[in-house]
Unconditional design. Structure first.
Length: 119
């Protein structure tokens, strides 16, 4: 049986010998790898709760080889947009964002003299 990790325990990670170059580039770009991984874990928990991710991710996946740069960009941007929506929703719930519904739109009053001056 697997030992339960406790706060402060060490965890070890090992990359695959066939790791995608983009994954290795991402890892090497991090100034604090553990904090970056923690951030990704926190986002996963916010979006989906605590779960065994292995039950939900495909064994064979090629997200980084989607072919089209637009597809790759969409795969990267979609989570960021979701996080932005969550922040916006949370801020709105706390009343930090002004709602457009608070004031009805002002309609311009146009009289016949205005119309005649346009002609």
């Amino acid at each position: 049986m697997k030992k339960t990790k406790q706060p402060g325990d060490n965890i070890s990670l090992k990359t695959k010998k066939t790791e995608d170059p983009a994954v290795m580039k991402w890892i090497n770009e991090q100034s604090n790898l553990m904090d970056s991984l923690r951030y990704l874990i926190e986002n996963e928990i916010v979006q989906n709760g605590v779960r065994n991710l292995q039950m939900f991710i495909p064994v064979e996946r090629n997200l980084l080889h989607a072919g089209q740069p637009q597809q790759q960009q969409a795969a990267i941007i979609a989570p960021a947009l979701g996080a932005a929506r969550e922040v916006s929703t949370a801020a709105e719930e706390r009343g930090e964002l002004q709602s457009d519904r608070s004031e009805p739109p002002v309609e311009d009053e146009i009289d016949d003299d205005d119309i005649e001056s346009w002609i």
